[in-house]
Ligand binder design. Structure first.
Ligand code: MF3
Ligand code: CO
Ligand code: CO
Length: 270
C-alpha cells in the first residue's frame, strides 16, 4: 500500500479523531495517582471513548499479522516497560512512571497519541528521562515540512537523545495513519539526513520515540505484547499524530490539556 495523501475533508476528520484521543489523556490525567490500577484507567478510557465521544478504541481486539488480538482499549507501559503494556490489576505506586497510549477511531479516522505520567513524586532520573523524551519527540516534529526526508526526522531525534547518554529503541517506529491504524510509511526514530521518503503536504503520520535510560535492547514478554528493556532500565515514550502542511506541520493530537512545546526549543528556533 502506498502512502496515502489526505484531502482537506480527510484532514478535518483526522483533526477530530486526534483531538478526541488527546482529550482521553486529559480526562485520565487527574486519575493517574498512587493506588489506581491500569485496568481502572482502561475502563475509564473505554467508557469515555465509547459513551462520551461516540468513538471506537482502536487497540481493542487489534490483531496485526503474527499477534494475538490486543485485549484492552489503551496501552499502559510502566517503568521499564517500553510500549504496548497491557492494563492489569496492579496498583500504580508512588514514583512509577507510566506511558498511556490512546488511539481513537472517529468516523473512520484514527488519532494516536501518548504521554508520560509521573505517579506521585517522581525521582529526578525519572523526570529527566520523561522531559528528554518529550523534547526528542519535538525535535522530530519541528523538522516536518515538505521536501524534508524521513531520515532527517530520525536523525534529529537520535542525535539529540544519544548526545545526552540515552538510547533510542530501534524495533518500533512511528507510522502513517488515517483510515488505517498503521499505514506506510514507517517513521524511524534514528537515521541519516537526506535519506528515505520525502515529505509532501497531506501526509499524516505519528512520531513516537521510545527512549531508554540504559541500553537500547528490548525483549517481548510472554503475553505476546508487552515490550520491556533488556537491562530493566527505565523507558519513556511520547507520541503525536502530525500532518505535513504546505509550509510545515500541524499537530493533530491536541486538546485543552496538551502539554506545551518545550521552552528550550522555542528559544533555540527563535
Ligand atoms: N498505539 C500504538 C502505536 O502508537 C499501537 C498499539 S497497538 C495495540 O502505534 F494493539 F497494542 F494497541
Ligand atoms: Co502510533
Ligand atoms: Co500510540
Amino acid at each position: 500500500m502506498p502512502i496515502t495523501i489526505k484531502s482537506a475533508e480527510d484532514i478535518e476528520g483526522m483533526r477530530v479523531a486526534g483531538r478526541l484521543a488527546s482529550e482521553v489523556l486529559d480526562m485520565l490525567t487527574p486519575h493517574v495517582r498512587p493506588g489506581i490500577t491500569t485496568d481502572e484507567l482502561d475502563a475509564l478510557a473505554h467508557k469515555h471513548i465509547t459513551e462520551v465521544q461516540g468513538g471506537i478504541p482502536a487497540p481493542l481486539h487489534y490483531a496485526p499479522a503474527g499477534y494475538t488480538p490486543y485485549p484492552k482499549s489503551i496501552c499502559t507501559s510502566v517503568n521499564h516497560q517500553v510500549c504496548h503494556g497491557i492494563p492489569n490489576d496492579r496498583p500504580l505506586k508512588n514514583g512509577d512512571i507510566v506511558n498511556i497510549d490512546v488511539t481513537v477511531i472517529k468516523d473512520g479516522w484514527h488519532g494516536d497519541t501518548s504521554r508520560m505520567y509521573l505517579v506521585g513524586e517522581g525521582s529526578i532520573a525519572a523526570k529527566r528521562l520523561c522531559q528528554l523524551t518529550y523534547e526528542a519527540m519535538w525535535r522530530g516534529i519541528e523538522k516536518v515540512k515538505p521536501g524534508v526526508r524521513l531520515g532527517d526526522i530520525g536523525h534529529a531525534i537520535q542525535t539529540f537523545t544519544e548526545r545526552q547518554g540515552y538510547s533510542v529503541v530501534r524495533e518500533f517506529c512511528g507510522h502513517g495513519i488515517g483510515r488505517r491504524f498503521h499505514e506506510e510509511p514507517q517513521v524511524l526514530h534514528y537515521g541519516r539526513p537526506g535519506t528515505l521518503e520525502e515529505l509532501v503536504p497531506g501526509m499524516t503520520f505519528t512520531i513516537e520515540p521510545m527512549v531508554n535510560a540504559g541500553r537500547r535492547e528490548i525483549k517481548e514478554l510472554g503475553d505476546g505484547w508487552t515490550i520491556v528493556t533488556k537491562d530493566r532500565s527505565l523507558s519513556a515514550q511520547w507520541e503525536h499524530t502530525v500532518l505535513v502542511t504546505e509550509t510545515g506541520y500541524e499537530v493533530l493530537t491536541v486538546s485543552a490539556g496538551s502539554p506545551k512545546a518545550p521552552q528550550a526549543l522555542a528559544a533555540a528556533t527563535a
